[in-house]
Ligand binder design. Sequence first.
Ligand SMILES: Nc1nc2c(ncn2[C@@H]2O[C@H](COP(=O)(O)OP(=O)(O)OP(=O)(O)O)[C@@H](O)[C@H]2O)c(=O)[nH]1
Ligand SMILES: [Mg+2]
Length: 235
Amino acid sequence: MLQKVLLMGKSGAGKTSMRSIIFANYLARDTMRLGATIDVEHSHVRFLGNLVLNLWDCGGQEAFMENYFESQRDHIFRNVQVLIYVFDIESRELTKDIEYYGSCLAAMRQNSKSAKIFCLVHKMDLVPDEQREQVFRQRERELQAVASRLELEISCFKTSIWDETLYRAWSQMVHALIPNRDSLQTHLDKLCAVCQADEVVLFERAPFPRRVLLPRREPLPEPSRSPPVDAPPSS
Ligand SMILES: Nc1nc2c(ncn2[C@@H]2O[C@H](COP(=O)(O)OP(=O)(O)OP(=O)(O)O)[C@@H](O)[C@H]2O)c(=O)[nH]1
Ligand SMILES: [Mg+2]
């Protein structure tokens, strides 16, 4: 089963960084060397045997974005199963970001109405710890408002390449795509009961090395502070 996944958002938001960390084993600090993506970079990722993500990493520079909405509109937005829209929380061009996001949702509504839509409020490491939840909720409300005007449903996550939030979000997004997840979940629940275990976790050897792919239904409580997967740059 091939699933077309669009990765969109303005230039510098962190799309290629997260793709490289999740699927190509980059360390967070390696992403500082990435150049801007030219047009669209395609890649394929296989999960659990027969689920293949066809990832479209869409460069976010203005000229490319305008192209996606105009001359390439059908090519980009047709037959999409998942849209992942990435926002840089530190962006100084919020109005422009929201405008592009609105155009993107409108194109999705027109071409791929039943696609799942995820919004990542990214680079949350740049927001002081004590303000993160509030800043995220505020942005989430703004994004939900745009989506509900177009009668679309979205799910938002707060993420950073510098902690586990990136893996948590991608894990949940991929989880939503697994075609037979209910039956897998039932088997895991049975195994859990037979073993009298508190939890059973299914790991995918690649491309999520060491990462949980099928979390239990009830998410575990978030640790008060996620352990860094890689040390952030000292400023
Ligand atoms: N502080 C911080 N920086 C990040 C994070 N994610 C990515 N970056 C940095 O953001 C910069 C731009 O990242 P890219 O992944 O190239 O951005 P992009 O969205 O692919 O940009 P285009 O290809 O031009 O559309 C890099 O220097 C990354 O190291 C994050 O979570 N926190
Ligand atoms: Mg890029």
